[in-house]
Design a protein around this ligand. Sequence first.
Ligand SMILES: NC(=O)c1ccc[n+]([C@@H]2O[C@H](COP(=O)([O-])OP(=O)(O)OC[C@H]3O[C@@H](n4cnc5c(N)ncnc54)[C@H](OP(=O)(O)O)[C@@H]3O)[C@@H](O)[C@H]2O)c1
Length: 323
Amino acid sequence: VIQSHPLLSLAALLTIVFLICRFIRDSFKVDSLAQRHVLITGCDSGFGNFLAQQLDSKGIPVIAGCFSEKGAADLSALTSSKLKTLQLNVTDSASIKRAVEFVRAEVGQRGLWGLVNNAGISIPIGPIDWLKPEDFTKILDVNLLGVIDVTLHFLPLLKRVQGRVVNVASIFGRLSLAGGGYCPSKYGVEAFSDSLRRDMQPFGIKVSIIEPGFFKTAVTSSKMIEGDLKRLWDRLPQDVKDSYGTTYLQEYTEAQKLSLGILCSSDLSKVTNCMEHALTACYPRTRYGAGWDAKLLWIPLSYMPSFMADFVVKVLLPFPKSL
Ligand SMILES: NC(=O)c1ccc[n+]([C@@H]2O[C@H](COP(=O)([O-])OP(=O)(O)OC[C@H]3O[C@@H](n4cnc5c(N)ncnc54)[C@H](OP(=O)(O)O)[C@@H]3O)[C@@H](O)[C@H]2O)c1
């Protein structure tokens, strides 16, 4: 069919040429990676932990920011002596300032090559009228203001070496599929990263955004989300509970569990390979969609009319009984 239509043939040819050019462009790597330090936040578990080990195994000097002492000790036990850990709470400016001093002492005049803003939390998440303003603040503090505060503190060290910033957003930064502070925080990370990229371009700093789909880590643990939804439900006034009906909580948690079970991939390397490319390629991409669901489902859906995303949410979640 393609061969019999000149326009289709041209489109196919151009696509192939585009893909080959992109493959070649993607394959150029920066040199002297063993001299280029990378700081990663949230290395206790999940993507941050996996990336720290991945880069360390390739000889890249990693400074792993861990939220807890245990997380730092566990990671140190798995990695080479070249990897340094530090305790870092991204919501605490004093902790960030201590991290700057630590990193400055480690990198010396070389500056900091890469900053990966990875730390994040996902709960409280749930129907908006189950939440209080402080539930939004809690997530925004870590996922958005934490990213901004850490980035601002490390920009002088990044400027010195014309380094890289890699910000972990989500497909929830393109589609608001769940209530609570998580989606606004990730939309915020997208916006912050876009302005950061444009403002820092004259200084040679490159900024990439990672948009993972669903992956099996602590933030997608259905047990944790379920427990927190129960907590939110239990504190609701009776009239709000009545408006949803007595079976709603169970139906909602079951629907979430089912979706997470189907969608979550356990191959974290799909995300960390994107992060590694953003840090080591001569021409890093601006956005990396990570995971089959992000590439084939969520990112295409984000370009479609809003009623289509509304329909998906309607299909995935139960309906309140009073409606
Ligand atoms: N998993 C997914 O499907 C998915 C999809 C899209 C985007 N993401 C994003 O990917 C990033 C990493 O999450 P993950 O999936 O790897 O989950 P994770 O295993 O829970 O990793 C998050 C890390 O952030 C740390 N952290 C939490 N609060 C912190 C704070 N105030 N300061 C510093 N560190 C803090 C956590 O420490 P503790 O373990 O000690 O709490 C943990 O090490 C997050 O930004 C998340 O939003 C995840």
